[in-house]
Design a protein around this ligand. Structure first.
Ligand code: TMP
Length: 209
């Protein structure tokens, strides 16, 4: 049985990831879809904690570790077993988010070696084949977040300067997570969707159809 393919979908707030994943689920239902942080019982609890105000102001190192613990569980419980059984996996966010948010957003370049060594330890070679980055201008992305119903997380509420640093981190490191595909997500959703579907088909099946 050949190993499945692993694609990660990344992008700043308001880049359209969640809507795109919902469409992918309908279009390509045989793929295993998951989200980071989350995707497991422990991971979902860590996600709730990380998104809530309970963790606002925590040390940047503690924040990074919480994301890494959720990811360790996600890889061990969901992603690695699925890939080994030949299934394709798409994750809404993965390690590139930690570099973008905890290292660049939080302005902690000193934590990059820690991120890398712990990631090597938890991933044990489980690496993405491709990374689709939905690249959005922070002003546009944040305006979309503010316009939608529902509560904003403490990350949504960060300053525009924070989101600009996140975008910089994304662009600098997108090449470290398999084959990079950067899609202009300032464009209307329908255009972004067409590009994403084309890219996923190309990575999984070697065709644009
Ligand atoms: P979302 O999945 O609904 O986009 O929310 C996840 C939030 O967590 C988002 O604001 C980005 C943030 N995040 C990090 O700061 N570091 C990480 O490693 C991951 C995976 C997400």
């Amino acid at each position: 049985m050949s190993r499945g393919k692993f694609i990660i979908l990344e992008g700043g707030e308001g880049s359209g990831k969640t809507t795109i994943v919902e469409r992918l689920k309908k279009e390509l239902p045989d793929i295993v879809y998951t989200q980071d942080p989350g995707g497991t019982a422990l991971g979902e609890q860590i996600r709730d904690l990380l998104m809530s105000e309970k963790t606002s102001g925590i040390d940047a190192r503690s924040e990074l570790f919480l994301f890494l613990v959720s990811r360790a569980e996600l890889v061990a419980e969901v992603i690695r077993p699925a890939l080994e059984s030949g299934k394709n996996v798409i994750s809404n966010r993965f390690g590139l988010s930690s570099i973008a948010y905890q290292i660049y957003g939080r302005e902690r370049p000193d934590l990059l070696p820690l991120y890398r060594s712990v990631s090597d330890f938890i991933l044990e070679g489980t690496k993405p084949d491709a990374c689709i980055l939905l690249d959005v201008t922070p002003e546009i992305g944040i305006a979309r977040v503010r316009a939608r119903p529902g509560e904003q997380t403490r990350f949504d509420k960060e300053t525009l300067a924070f989101h600009a640093r996140v975008r910089e981190g994304y662009k600098k490191h997108v090449g470290e997570f398999g084959k990079p595909f950067v899609i202009d997500s300032d464009k209307p959703l329908e255009d972004v969707w067409t590009e994403v579907l084309k890219t996923v088909n190309l990575v999984l099946f070697g065709t644009n159809q």
